[in-house]
Structure formats: structure tokens, C-alpha cells
Design a protein around this ligand. Structure first.
Ligand code: SF4
Length: 699
């Protein structure tokens, strides 16, 4: 058996569980991955991605040198492969990038630049990215993929309690009493979390209520399964609230002490009877009553949800309807209670925490709050833009209108993740300048003018923050391939060159030697992080923020005494049907999501051995629908919507209900987002990836 040269402790780069890994390194390869049994949050557990999905790091198609498009400057720009680029040295690539970015700012103004930071990159990478965008480019046009996954959770929770962070720690899961899972195929999207949740049921006799249209694996462990029609979540949760009020199961002392607007809220629930909800959602009224009673009567009950709740044109309302349930029953602020949006990407929590959003600096400090702005201006020594910036989707709109001219994308793949890709590609073709920084040439890089090769998680130091707000280290285990550099190093270099092209006499400060210095700067400016530094992370392994001082032990569960907004806010909600419903031409509802063996746009997993296990796109279709359409198991089928069409392999299964099909969004050659529609939640601006109408035909 091979003996490792060294074993490096790091954090999984896939999902928001944040599993701790021991990377065994031999001859500059990761040849084995183990999970330490003594380390939170996974305590020895890993899923297929963590165990078998790390070989992407040494895949031969890694980007190893800066690249410049051979037809640089020609528009409309077309998607090209590697052969369309020429190699360049760092000086040439960074100088040209700086010239184009500075030129855009000088000619069209700061807000003509749009930027996309990365939920896969470290907190330090994202902090310095937003510092560059705000302090040098002078815009707040910065956003990341949270907009496309949990923006509605953020919006809804901000209204209800003033914080969008997951209330509880992963460590509490195995001791749960009652819990609801909704809109989360947990065993495939957050596999290690699902093992703790299962343990709560099978060893701890916890009661699980699943609210989901699909027969996900967790339904096998559920006490109740409420199988609603896609897009009717609000009806089910409002009816549960109706039952809780009608049967006086609500928590009077909690409501009096910790909430406001209860009386006016309950008057809005009158018509949301379980029978009404049954007529909308298809969930039997008796099941809704039983679910409401189990949840309200529990000693402690928590709610977990995923993108099935948030990626909806009603995502904010969905979230608010869950928050109303927790506030009615007082199932928040104690161990094993709470509101828990399960974060998707490894560092989507940290990317938001580090200021990768158009409206806030690190630690959710508003950019339009003069006091906050002055604090950052004094620290960075530069004036800052007081206007809230554009979200990802608004940047696409602005580019279409010609107001946004340049786009800088770090470690994300919007050309896979945007809805209605045909439209997104058209917009990308019109931009004056596209700068991409990544580890592989992906579908977005194919539109770049310049590509900067970045180090992967295994080739740099830094921190990720997992779904339960635990800040954890990643460590350099391998040399970066070729000339690839850490994201923070690239940004620091680029920022100084842009400052020089803009003729700035004073630098916002980018002379860092190590990411620990970047963390310390962010912590100095962010009250919730002030008790966390690299030496402490070395000693403890991880710390849950808020952690306001070195003496503070960190905060595994939130809201014990109060909510960030003061009192919890009840919000009346109305049910609205989805915007695109099935009709004679497009008779199926399409829902999109993930499978166990792949991750997001597939940039990493499709370059790992996981792709041998799940190599092509599929569509789940119910046996009755398949029979009617003459579709056999594993047949090739064409799926069409009003926006586009793709060809995929049929999986004939009862997992999706009749009339609904499910397509994973990992496969560029059959991208599910060719089909999805660009309709958005009005508050969170998140697109609806869960309900579009499609037609299916055998090929
Ligand atoms: Fe990685 Fe998530 Fe799997 Fe853990 S559960 S090993 S963090 S993908």
C-alpha cells in the first residue's frame, strides 16, 4: 500500500456541510481521502463526493497559464474552446485586464462593471474581491450564486427575524425531537447531514415530516409525507398555521415576549383551511392537521429546507410561511429548534458573510448606512459608493440595456446556472470585456477575453464557513499546477494595477503576504468575527460565528434571547399560483436539482471519477406518463420548453409524481437551464428553477 508523504487536514470543497478531510498526499497527488473521527461537523463521515471526488484537482485540463482570446476585441463575442485562446504571461494578462477594467470605469463609470464572486472560493478571496470591487472599481455591483439558490431564504428570514443564517448547529441534529424537511433532497444534496437526521429518527425516535413533491430518500424515514403539487408550498404551510391558531396550539408566552403583529396576522389566516389547501396542493387535509399538531406540540422542533423552497417565484413567501410557523409555536431560540436553510456550496455562507453581496459589506453591514460606510472608508482610506449595487440577474438586464459593459467572474459558471441560457448567452456576446478567473475552462470561460488560472482548494490556505456558520481552515496540500495562483493573490495584483491605471494616489491596501492577514482585516471590521483568528482555528478546528471576542466560545445556535431585528415579525401571506402552468402544448411541470454524484455546473465532478458513475443527463418521468408517451426506461427523449430543448435519457420512476419531471442541472451538453424561465421572486430577485412547463417526446 502507498504510504503518504504527508496528511493535510482540510475542508471539503463541495457542499455546505463542510466536512473535515484528511488529504493523503503522495507524489503531488491526493491518493486517499479520510475523515477524522474526532472532528466536527462530520465526525468521520463523508459522502461519495468527499471520498471519491477529489481527483479533479490533478485533472489534465486544469488551467495552468493565463490565456487571452485570439480575436480579442471582436464583437459579438462567441463561445470558444481552448484553441481560441493564446497563452500569455501574468504581466501581459493582468496589465491588459487592468487596462480594460480601468478603461470601462473611466469611460462609462464605475457601475458599468459587474462582478461575480465565488461561493467556492475562500472567505479571504471573497473579502479581497469585494474590497477591490468597492474600493477600487467604485461599484457595489457584486453578487454570487446565493442569488440563484438561497436569496429568497435570506429575504424572508431578514424580514421575519433579521438574520438569514441557519439557526442551529449540525451537532444538534442527531438529538432532534421533531423536524420538518421541505424542498431538500437531503440525502443527495447534503448527504452527511442526512445521516445525522436519519440517526435522529432511527436511534432517537424523532418524528420527521417531509413536505416534498418528490419521493426523496428521506420520505422512507418520515412519520408523515405531505406530497404537495410543485409550487403550492405556501398553501400547505399557511394551512398548518391556520390549524395551530384554530386549535390554540400556539405558544402564548413566546408570542407575547418575542414577536409582534400576532393579532393582525391571525386574522389573515381565516380562509386558509386545510380543505382549501388540499384543493390547491393535493395534500389531504387530515395530513396537514396532523403535521401541524406534531410540529406545534413538540418539545423542540426544527425546520430544514433547501432550494425547493427558495428557488421559486414565491421563494420569499415560502420562507416567510415557515418563519410564521416557528414564531407561532416558539420553535426557535433553543437547541433542536429553529429555521435552517441548508446552504448549497461549500462556502456560500462565507461568501455572503464576507461581503459578496450588492447591498452589504462583510458581516451584513449595509452599504447605504453612512456610519458603516465611513468605518470602511477610514479603514481602506478611499471613498466608497453609497448606492446599493445590482444583483446577478439585474446585471444581465443592465448588460442587455448597454449600461453594464464589463464583467469579472471569479470561480462561478453563470453560463450554466442562469435561467433561460439562450438569453444569457446573447447578453454575454454583447459585453465589451469579460474577465474570468477559474481552475478549468468552463461554459463561462468560453466567453472570456482573458482567463486567469486559479489555485484549487487543495493548493492554498484560507477559510470556508459551512452551513451552520462554522469557520474552518483549508490548507495547502499540493503545489498549484503550472503558473496558477491563489485567487486572493491574483486579485491583490490586479487591484494594484487597476489603481495605477486609474491614477490613484492612495491604495486601498492590497499588500498581503498571507490570507491570515486578510482574515484579520475582515475580523477587525466585522463585529461577529472579532473573536476568530487563524491560531484559534488551529487550536479548535472551527468556530461558529457570531464570536465577538477571543473569550467568546462561538454560537452553535442562534436567537436564544432575541432576534437581530428585535422582535420576530409575523407576515401575512397570500397564495399565488406559479407563473407558467402546464397546458396542452407543454403539459409537464419541470423541476430541476442535484444528484448525489455531481455538483452544480459539473465543473469539478465531471472531471472526477464520479462522472464514470453518473455520466449523462437524465429526466425522471412517472411510469404512467412514460407508458402514455411510449417512453421506455433509458430511452433517449427530447424535452422542450418555450425557451429551448435538450435531449436526455429517461429514468422511468415513481420518484416524481405524475405530470412532473425532474432534470439535474449538472450537464452542459443537456443543460436544464435551456428550459427554465427567467421569472423572479419580486423581493429576492431569485429565478424560479422549480416550476416551468415542458413537453416530452421519444426520439
Ligand atoms: Fe463534502 Fe458535503 Fe459530502 Fe461532506 S456531505 S463530503 S461536505 S459533499
Amino acid at each position: 500500500m502507498l504510504q503518504s508523504d504527508q496528511i493535510i487536514r482540510s475542508t471539503c470543497p463541495y457542499c455546505g456541510v463542510g466536512c473535515q478531510l484528511d488529504l493523503h498526499i503522495k507524489d503531488d497527488h491526493i491518493f486517499r481521502v479520510e475523515a477524522p473521527f474526532d472532528a466536527a461537523p462530520n465526525y468521520g463521515r463523508l459522502c461519495a463526493k468527499g471520498r471519491f471526488g477529489m481527483d479533479f484537482v490533478t485533472h489534465p485540463s486544469r488551467l495552468t497559464q493565463p490565456l487571452i482570446r485570439k480575436d480579442f476585441g471582436e464583437t459579438p463575442r462567441k463561445a470558444i474552446g481552448l484553441e481560441g485562446f493564446r497563452p500569455a504571461n501574468w504581466d501581459e494578462a493582468l496589465n491588459l485586464a487592468a487596462e480594460k477594467l480601468a478603461g470601462t470605469v473611466l469611460r462609462h463609470g464605475s457601475d458599468a462593471v459587474g462582478t461575480f464572486c465565488s461561493a467556492k472560493a475562500t472567505n479571504e478571496d471573497n473579502y479581497i474581491f469585494q474590497k477591490f470591487v468597492r474600493g477600487v472599481l467604485g461599484t457595489n455591483n457584486i453578487d454570487h450564486c446565493a442569488r440563484l439558490c438561497h436569496a429568497a431564504s435570506v429575504a424572508g428570514l431578514s424580514i421575519a427575524i433579521g438574520s438569514s443564517a441557519m439557526s442551529n448547529s449540525i451537532a444538534e441534529m442527531k438529538d432532534l425531537d421533531v423536524f420538518i424537511i421541505t424542498g431538500s433532497n437531503t440525502s443527495e444534496t447534503h448527504p452527511v447531514i442526512s445521516t445525522f437526521l436519519r440517526e435522529a429518527v432511527v436511534r432517537g425516535n424523532a418524528k420527521l415530516i417531509v413536505v416534498d413533491p418528490r419521493a426523496i430518500e428521506m420520505t422512507e424515514f418520515a412519520t408523515l409525507w405531505l406530497r404537495q403539487q410543485p409550487g403550492t408550498d405556501v398553501a400547505v404551510f399557511q394551512a398548518m398555521a391556520h390549524v395551530i391558531v384554530e386549535e390554540e396550539l400556539y405558544n402564548k408566552p413566546f408570542i407575547t415576549e418575542r414577536t409582534e403583529d400576532f393579532e393582525s396576522y391571525i386574522t389573515t389566516l381565516k380562509d386558509f383551511t386545510p380543505e382549501w389547501a388540499e384543493s390547491i396542493s393535493g395534500v389531504p387535509a387530515d395530513l396537514i392537521r396532523e403535521a401541524a399538531r406534531i410540529y406545534a406540540n413538540a418539545n423542540a422542533a426544527a425546520i430544514y429546507w433547501g432550494m425547493g423552497i427558495s428557488q421559486s417565484v414565491h421563494g420569499t413567501d415560502n420562507t416567510l410561511s415557515l418563519a410564521n410557523l416557528a414564531l407561532l409555536t416558539g420553535q426557535i431560540g433553543r437547541p433542536g429548534t429553529g429555521l435552517n436553510p441548508l446552504r448549497g456550496q461549500n462556502n456560500v455562507q462565507g461568501c455572503s458573510d464576507s461581503g459578496g453581496l450588492p447591498n452589504v459589506y462583510p458581516g451584513y453591514q449595509p452599504v447605504d448606512d453612512p456610519e458603516v460606510r465611513v468605518k470602511f472608508e477610514e479603514d481602506w482610506g478611499v471613498p466608497l459608493n453609497p448606492e446599493v449595487g445590482l444583483t446577478t440577474m439585474e446585471m444581465v438586464d443592465a448588460a442587455e440595456q448597454g449600461a453594464l459593459r464589463a464583467y469579472y467572474v471569479m470561480g462561478e459558471n453563470p453560463m450554466m446556472s442562469e435561467p433561460d441560457l439562450r438569453h444569457a448567452r446573447h447578453v454575454m456576446e454583447q459585453l465589451d470585456f469579460v474577465l474570468v478567473q477559474d481552475i478549468f475552462l468552463n461554459e463561462t470561460g468560453q466567453y472570456a477575453d482573458i482567463i486567469l488560472p486559479a489555485a484549487s482548494f487543495a493548493e492554498k490556505d484560507g477559510t470556508f464557513t459551512n452551513s451552520d456558520r462554522r469557520v474552518q481552515r483549508i490548507r495547502t496540500a499540493l503545489p498549484a499546477p503550472g503558473e496558477a495562483r491563489s485567487d486572493w493573490g491574483i486579485i491583490a495584483d490586479l487591484a494594484q494595477r487597476v489603481e495605477s491605471k486609474l491614477g490613484r494616489e492612495h491604495s486601498a491596501g492590497f499588500a498581503y503576504e498571507h490570507p491570515a492577514e486578510i482574515w484579520d482585516e475582515m475580523a477587525r471590521l466585522t463585529p461577529d468575527f472579532q473573536g476568530i483568528d487563524y491560531p484559534r482555528l488551529e487550536r479548535q478546528g472551527g468556530v461558529h460565528w457570531p464570536c465577538p471576542s477571543p473569550e467568546h466560545s462561538g454560537t452553535p445556535y442562534l436567537f436564544a434571547d432575541s432576534f437581530p431585528r428585535g422582535k420576530g415579525q409575523f407576515t401575512p401571506i397570500q397564495f399565488h399560483p406559479s407563473q407558467e402552468l402546464p397546458d396542452a402544448e407543454y403539459p409537464f411541470i419541470l423541476s430541476t436539482g442535484r444528484v448525489l454524484y455531481h455538483w452544480h455546473g459539473g465543473t469539478m465532478t465531471r472531471r472526477s471519477q464520479l462522472d464514470h458513475i453518473y455520466p449523462e443527463a437524465t429526466v425522471e418521468i412517472h411510469p404512467d406518463d412514460a407508458r402514455r408517451l411510449g417512453i421506455e426506461e433509458h430511452a433517449r427523449v427530447r424535452v422542450r420548453s418555450r425557451r429551448g430543448k435538450i435531449e436526455v435519457k429517461a429514468l422511468v420512476t415513481e420518484r416524481s409524481p405524475r405530470g412532473t419531471v425532474f432534470i439535474p442541472f449538472h450537464f452542459a451538453e443537456a443543460a436544464a437551464n435551456e428550459l427554465t424561465q427567467d421569472v423572479r421572486d419580486p423581493y429576492a430577485k431569485i429565478p424560479d428553477y422549480k416550476v416551468s412547463s415542458v413537453a416530452i417526446e421519444a426520439i
